[in-house]
Design a protein around this ligand. Structure first.
Ligand SMILES: [Zn+2]
Length: 241
């Protein structure tokens, strides 16, 4: 059991924004949670990069791959009940937590007004685990948290957004995925299969669907163990006041 204070999802939740780097990140980390939330709230996606480098096929260009991945992401989102997908289109693999990226995320937070944001983990693992963190994930995670607090909330940040008619917005809860220590567990037993089908929409990224299914199922089982859930997604929850 984690020694962090346990959190629950806020209530009510009208709008959710899931912010991630590459088409497939949202489904890999939280597909069944997204399906669960979408049953009672509007869920939108914000994808920071164009996903144009995730291939080993020398015959595929970056532009072709990006088009494929945009289509795969839309198909996955449709299965989960996601409404809008905003693609910022930064080049895959080269992302930094720049002020430009932060402003672009603030713009979408102020426009879409989510109560809840699902974010990537901005912290690199240094414990010998081979999943040390993709640099784009770290950059998106850092820019997302910086956008939520304080930039989306405080009107003097990025004043050009005010002239676009985008007033400050307070996100009430952030769920950070891919964390080593969690304090919020979403029971995904009922939506697990749907989440899996959504993940498998990313066919260009999945060479062995059976192995992926096994890995995702095992991870969900392990995530639920500390709280006695058969299948769960685990997050670090941050409540903002
Ligand atoms: Zn990724």
């Amino acid at each position: 059991m984690s020694d962090l204070e346990r959190h629950e999802l806020i209530s009510p939740i009208d709008r959710v924004l899931v912010i991630f780097s590459h088409p497939d990140d949202a489904e890999f980390s939280a597909a069944a949670t997204i399906a669960t939330l979408a049953a009672g709230a509007r869920v939108d996606y914000l994808v920071t990069t164009d996903g144009g480098k995730g291939t080993e096929d020398p015959a595929v260009t970056s532009a072709q791959l990006t088009a494929t991945r945009v289509a795969e992401q839309r198909a996955a989102a449709d299965l989960l009940g996601v409404s809008e997908i905003v693609h910022l289109g930064y080049p895959d693999g080269y992302l930094t937590p720049s002020l430009e990226l932060r402003r672009d995320i603030v713009r979408q937070i102020r426009r879409l007004r989510p109560d809840l944001v699902i974010a990537q983990n901005p912290v690199r693992r240094m414990d010998g685990n081979p999943f040390i963190g993709h640099p784009d994930h770290l950059a998106t995670g850092e820019a997302t948290l910086a956008a939520v607090y304080p930039a989306a909330r405080d009107r003097l940040n990025f004043p050009e957004l005010l002239s676009e008619g985008l007033e400050p917005w307070k996100v009430r809860q952030v769920l950070v995925s891919g964390v080593e220590r969690a304090n919020l567990y979403v029971d995904v037993s009922r939506q697990f299969e749907r989440g899996l089908r959504a993940l498998l929409c990313h066919a260009s990224q999945i060479a062995d669907p059976v192995a992926v299914e096994e890995r995702v199922r095992q991870r969900a089982a392990e995530a639920g163990q500390p709280v006695g859930l058969p299948l769960a997604n685990a997050f670090l929850s941050i409540l903002l006041t």
